[in-house]
Design a protein. Structure first.
Length: 52
């Protein structure tokens, strides 16, 4: 058995559903750096733009 705990200092995070999709509700508009983590594949960082 194995488990993971991740602590955030903000409310903007998501867990994928069974298809791998996710949504971060109430994200403020602007340009943001997003970090995606997978327990086997590691970490990917990218920039996204959230429209108004």
């Amino acid at each position: 058995m194995q488990g993971y705990v991740v602590a955030f200092d903000h409310p903007f995070f998501a867990i994928t559903d069974e298809t791998g999709a996710f949504r971060i509700a109430a994200m403020p508009s602007g340009r943001w750096n997003v970090t995606i983590w997978h327990e086997i594949l590691g970490t990917v960082q990218t920039e996204v733009t959230v429209p108004e």
